[in-house]
Design a protein around this ligand. Structure first.
Ligand code: ZN
Length: 136
């Protein structure tokens, strides 16, 4: 019988092994204390992994932020939760398309002197809110 590897044990936990291997891992777990010890290590790792933000991200398949959200992220004009998520998406996940998108947006912002425009937009939108509140 081939030696039981970490990879096999991980697949065993996820029931991803072919039936015959699943059975031989089971047998090894009963008969070999060394395999049991390794199994416990792998299981602990997997438990931790399930709760890591990376695993959650993969599980939930959270999608890429929109270009608008990336723009807001650059200007720090978005919800802190969303900002955290985007930072995680870029730095931890290292999404190549969003990184490219963000670089592109950053370049454009420098070119168009964005802060002035942003200020104007914020003033306009709060004026709109105030008008609506007064009208009702
Ligand atoms: Zn992305």
């Amino acid at each position: 019988m081939p030696p039981i590897t970490r990879e096999m044990l991980r697949d065993y936990i996820h029931e991803a092994l072919p039936d015959d291997q699943q059975a031989s891992v089971e047998k090894a777990l009963r008969d070999q204390p060394a395999v049991q010890a390794l199994f416990n290590q792998v299981r602990q790792q997997e438990d931790r992994g399930e709760h890591s933000i990376g695993a959650i991200w993969r599980r939930e398949r959270l999608s890429c932020p929109t270009r608008e959200q990336l723009g807001g992220f650059l200007l720090q004009a978005i919800d802190p939760d969303l900002s955290d998520y985007i930072e995680f998406h870029l730095k931890t996940i290292g999404c190549p398309s969003c990184t490219a998108n963000l670089e592109d947006l950053a370049k454009k912002q420098v070119e168009t002197d964005e802060p002035k425009k942003r200020h104007k937009r914020i003033v306009q939108s709060s004026a709109g809110i105030l008008k609506n509140a007064a009208g009702t």
